[in-house]
Design a protein around this ligand. Structure first.
Ligand SMILES: [Zn+2]
Ligand SMILES: [Zn+2]
Length: 364
C-alpha cells in the first residue's frame, strides 16, 4: 500500500527487529556445550512444575568461580548443560502451595533449594536438606526456583539499584566466605589465613574482618585481588606458595601457626597449605569444592586440627547477611569487576578464565 509516503516505514522494521530481539532474549538461557564453549541460546521459558515452585524475573545474575571447573573441562559435562546458580530478582509467578512469598516481591535464594523444615535444615545445614535441589539455570532472564517457601528470603521493599550486586553476592560467594570464617572459628583477636583470592576468598577476608580477626593474612599473587583483599580488611599479603608459603606463615606467626585457616580453593595444594599453616588445635574452614583432595590420617591426627567445611548453608545465613548489606555495613558487591549484558555471557566466562576479571555481573 505504498501510495503515500509513510515516514515510519524505515523506522518500523527496526523497532520490530528490536522488540523481537528483546523478546527473544527473554526466551534464552546459558548453556555449556563443552570446554570453553558457552552459548546463550533459545530455550523454553521456565514454567511452574510443582505447586511449591515460583518463577523469578532476575534483576541481576552472574558467573561463579565454580562454573570454571566444567568450563575448563575439569568437571565433565555430557551434552548442553544449563548454567548459573546465583540469583536474586522479582517474583513473577507463584505456585498454588507457596505461602511465604508473593508476586512482585524481591527475593534472594541459595544455590541449593531447601525446604527449611527437615531435620538437617532445622539443624542449620540447608545444603544437606533431604529435599535439596541444585539450581542450575540462573544465567537467564527467568528462573524456576523449587521449594520457594524454604529457599527464598524476601526483602522488606525493592532494594535500590546499587545494592543489587551485593545482594547477588549473598546468594553464594558472600555466604560461602562467611561460612569459611565461622567454620574456621574466627573470633575477635584471631589470626586468620585466607587461602584463595577468588570472590569467595576475598569475601572470606571481609567476613573474618567483620568477625573481629586482628590479623588477616591473604594469600594472593594477583595485584588487583591483593588490593581488594586489603580494602576488605587483609592486614598482610603472602605471595609465596607451597613449602615457601607455609614457611612464610610460620615466620609471620613467630613459629606458632594461624588460629584459623579459611580454605577457599579446593585443591590438594591449597588444603595442604591450609592444614600446615594451622597452629595445633587451630580450626580450618574449607569451602572450595574439593578436586582430587586426599587427607593423610597420621597428618590429621598429629595436627590437632579442627576441620569443618562443605557447601555453605547459605539459606541459614541469608537473613543476617541481607540485613548487613541493606544497612550498608558491608559492600561485598565490590567483587564484581566486570559487568556485561547477559547476551555476552561467553565473554564473561573468558575474562574470568583468563583471570582478567574476578567475577562477572550479568544484566538480563
Ligand atoms: Zn557460585
Ligand atoms: Zn530440609
Amino acid at each position: 500500500m505504498a501510495f503515500f509516503y509513510n515516514p515510519n516505514e524505515r523506522i518500523l522494521p527496526t523497532v520490530v527487529q528490536l522488540l523481537l530481539k528483546i523478546l527473544g532474549d527473554f526466551m534464552k538461557g546459558t548453556f555449556l556445550y563443552g570446554p570453553s564453549d558457552i552459548r546463550f541460546e533459545e530455550r523454553p521459558d521456565p514454567k511452574i512444575q510443582k505447586p511449591t515452585d515460583v518463577i523469578l524475573r532476575l534483576a541481576v545474575t552472574c558467573i561463579c568461580g565454580s562454573d570454571l571447573w566444567p568450563y575448563r573441562g575439569i568437571n565433565k559435562t555430557s551434552g548442553p548443560t544449563p548454567m548459573g546458580h546465583e540469583y536474586c530478582g522479582y517474583v513473577e509467578e507463584v505456585g498454588s502451595e507457596v505461602r511465604n512469598v508473593r508476586k512482585g516481591q524481591f527475593v534472594i535464594g541459595s544455590f541449593f533449594a531447601s525446604d527449611n523444615t527437615c531435620p538437617h535444615c532445622k539443624y542449620g545445614y540447608q545444603t544437606s536438606c533431604v529435599q535439596r535441589e541444585f539450581v542450575t539455570e540462573a544465567q537467564a532472564p527467568y528462573l524456576r526456583v523449587p521449594l520457594a517457601d524454604g529457599t527464598l528470603v524476601p526483602t522488606f521493599e525493592a532494594p535500590d539499584k546499587d545494592s543489587l550486586p551485593s545482594l547477588l553476592a549473598a546468594s553464594d560467594v558472600l555466604g560461602t566466605g562467611w561460612f569459611a570464617a565461622t567454620s574456621a572459628n574466627v573470633k575477635p583477636g584471631s589470626t586468620a589465613v585466607v587461602v584463595g583470592d577468588g570472590a569467595v576468598g576475598l569475601l572470606a577476608v571481609l567476613s573474618a574482618k567483620i568477625m573481629g580477626a586482628e590479623r588477616i593474612i591473604a594469600m594472593s599473587r594477583h595485584e588487583t585481588r591483593q588490593k581488594l583483599a586489603k580494602e576488605f580488611g587483609a592486614t598482610e599479603i603472602v605471595t609465596e606458595r607451597g613449602d615457601e608459603g607455609i614457611a612464610r606463615i610460620k615466620e609471620l606467626t613467630k613459629g606458632v601457626g594461624a588460629d584459623s585457616v579459611l580454605e577457599c580453593v579446593g585443591t590438594q595444594e591449597s588444603m595442604q597449605q591450609g592444614l600446615k599453616s594451622l597452629r595445633p588445635g587451630g580450626h580450618m574452614g574449607f569451602v572450595g569444592v574439593p578436586h582430587g583432595v586426599h587427607f593423610d590420617g597420621d597428618q590429621l591426627f598429629y595436627a590437632h586440627a579442627h576441620l569443618h567445611g562443605g557447601p555453605a548453608p547459605v539459606r541459614r545465613l541469608l537473613p543476617d547477611l541481607i540485613g548487613k548489606i541493606l544497612n550498608k555495613e558491608i559492600n561485598p558487591g565490590k567483587v564484581f569487576d566486570l559487568t556485561l549484558p547477559l547476551s555476552q555471557v561467553a565473554e564473561g566466562y573468558k575474562a574470568m578464565d583468563d583471570r582478567k576479571a574476578i567475577k562477572t555481573l550479568l544484566m538480563p
